[in-house]
Write a protein that binds this ligand. Structure first.
Ligand code: HEC
Length: 102
């Protein structure tokens, strides 16, 4: 029984170490991809660095699933040809920086 308990706690702790368990990506890689590909269009619409699109009061994205879906849709629209891992990196970056979904 002791062994079981240790196993369970180990899994819980490992899960808690990630800031956003539902979004598995590397925010640093994501930032580079994002800044290269995604900013210009949003900046034209919102001014500045374009981040207003993520922080506006009536923003569209309300949870991690929607964030992943939106990144995927914008990726498809712009024809960047990113792999799913790249989308995950960017979603992780946007989540860490702006959305902060758990
Ligand atoms: C061709 C212009 C354009 C490019 C390039 C673009 N986007 Fe967007 N993006 C938009 C528009 C327009 C909206 C707002 C749609 C709305 O308000 O319904 C948007 C909205 C978003 C949102 C949702 C913001 C919210 O309301 O919470 C996310 C996330 C997003 N884009 C991510 C990306 C990512 C990641 C990339 C790079 C692959 C990207 N976008 C590139 C035009 C673009």
């Amino acid at each position: 029984m002791k062994i079981l308990t240790a196993l369970c706690c180990g899994v819980l702790l490992a899960g808690g170490a990630h800031a956003a368990p539902s979004i598995k990506g590397d925010p640093k890689t994501g930032k580079a991809l994002h800044d290269e590909t995604c900013v210009s269009c949003h900046a034209r619409m919102f001014g500045g660095d374009g981040s207003g699109i993520y922080t506006r009061a009536d923003r569209k994205v309300q949870n991690a699933q929607q964030l992943a879906a939106r990144v995927s849709a914008c990726n498809a629209n712009t024809g960047t040809g990113w792999f799913p891992e790249d989308e995950a990196h960017v979603a992780a970056y946007l989540n860490q920086q702006y959305y902060k979904f758990k």
